[in-house]
Design a protein around this ligand. Structure first.
Ligand code: F0G
Length: 363
């Protein structure tokens, strides 16, 4: 049976014509992709001038983040090439996806994580999917350096986004957006960490534009956490810090590609503080019913910053043409990192188990 019939809903089946696969490729899929593009009436109203804001909810992928799009291609190609084991460095989402797809492919998965800096939800995923988890006394950048070195000498496939198959898979999110909107958006906003995703989206937008499946290419706006912003500062950050642990990265692998995407699209990279990230996370959940992890909320925080004339913004949203379509990508599910929401739980109202008491307390 071909992959079309076995996995008729994953990104390889949906976009095989645009991916480095053949009928001989053994497809490892969890029916990832085809995530919802949700209209946000409240963000649209904030932007005004007839602009419409859409949220691409990538947290609804099978392991809870956008990484599944790239991992289906990376693991399928690794299997096709005869690899028996894969390795990655991760801030938690890449490792969850690698472990899940490796489990499905009967491959060994080794993950290198910065000790103590992975949210519990993501750590549990790696173990549950059966990965060998190594916590190093260094940060993500150290882990990625080690993975590159090990990949050079050992018969283990590296499935970080330095593996070009990852970006190929991830570019399919641009295709979905174009197909759903009928054209590319005017503005595309997303968080930036290791910079693979911004590079992949740009690849996808360029490809569909060249094929005349869209008539424009969006302005790309990337947001980094203020304490982990190497691309914004154009210098390596030795000790990156942020509550958004997914993007706690000081030396991104796809730095040059991200610079190109920003320059070619006429966009910008800007920073958002941890406070702005957490405020945007809570705002999005409590106003639009979309719960995302902190790193993902940086795209929303970024849009709000671009709208604020009092902020030192790198890009002024007043430059968005009237009636613009704006897509904010939210990359990972909020349940990945529930600890950051603990403060909200302090609002709990305690009561005796009595109807009258409850009615009095809830007003
Ligand atoms: N959002 C989330 C939820 C992420 O997990 C990541 C990256 C990003 C955004 C940034 O994407 O790296 O392509 O610029 N997480 C990687 C990981 C580093 O190991 O899971 P990027």
């Amino acid at each position: 049976m071909s992959f079309r019939t076995l996995h008729d809903r994953g990104v390889i089946a949906r976009y095989s014509d645009y991916l480095p696969v053949t009928e001989a490729t053994p497809v490892v899929s969890l029916n990832e992709g085809s995530t919802p593009l949700i209209h946000s009436p409240k963000l649209s109203a904030k932007v005004g001038r007839g602009c419409e804001v859409y949220i691409k909810y990538e947290g609804l992928n099978p392991t809870g983040s956008f990484k599944d799009r790239g991992m289906t291609v990376a693991l399928s190609k690794a299997l096709e090439d005869g690899a028996r084991a894969v390795i990655c460095a991760s801030t938690g989402n890449t490792s969850a996806a690698a472990a899940a797809y490796a489990a499905r492919a009967n491959m060994t998965c080794i993950v290198l994580l910065p000790a103590g800096k992975i949210s519990f939800g993501k750590l549990v995923q790696a173990f549950m999917y059966g990965a060998k988890v190594v916590a190093i006394d260094g940060n993500f950048d150290d882990a990625l350096r080690l993975v590159r070195e090990i990949g050079e000498t050992e018969p283990i496939a590296v499935v970080n986004s330095i593996n070009p198959h990852r970006l190929q898979g991830q570019k399919t999110a641009s295709f979905e957006i174009i197909e759903e909107l009928g054209d590319a958006p005017d503005v595309h906003i997303l968080p930036v960490g290791n910079a693979g995703n911004i590079s992949a989206y740009w690849l996808g937008y360029q490809e569909f534009y060249a094929l005349k499946k869209s008539t424009r290419m969006p302005v790309m706006l990337g947001f980094q956490a203020a304490g982990s912003a190497p691309i914004f500062h154009q210098k390596v950050i030795e000790r990156p810090e942020t509550v958004a642990t997914a993007i706690r990265i000081g030396n991104p692998a796809s730095w040059d590609k991200a610079n190109d995407a920003i320059a070619q699209s006429g966009g910008a990279v800007d920073i958002v503080t941890d406070e702005e990230i957490l405020a945007a996370q809570f705002w999005l959940a409590s106003n639009e019913g979309i719960f995302v992890e902190p790193a993902s909320a940086s795209s929303i925080a970024g849009l709000l910053k671009s709208l604020d004339p009092k902020s030192a913004r790198a890009y002024d949203a007043a430059q968005f043409p009237e009636g613009s379509k704006i897509v904010c990508v939210v990359t990972g599910h909020g349940l990945k990192d529930p600890d950051v929401g603990k403060e909200q739980c302090e609002k709990v109202i305690s009561a005796r188990a009595e109807r009258s008491e409850i009615l009095r307390l809830i007003g």
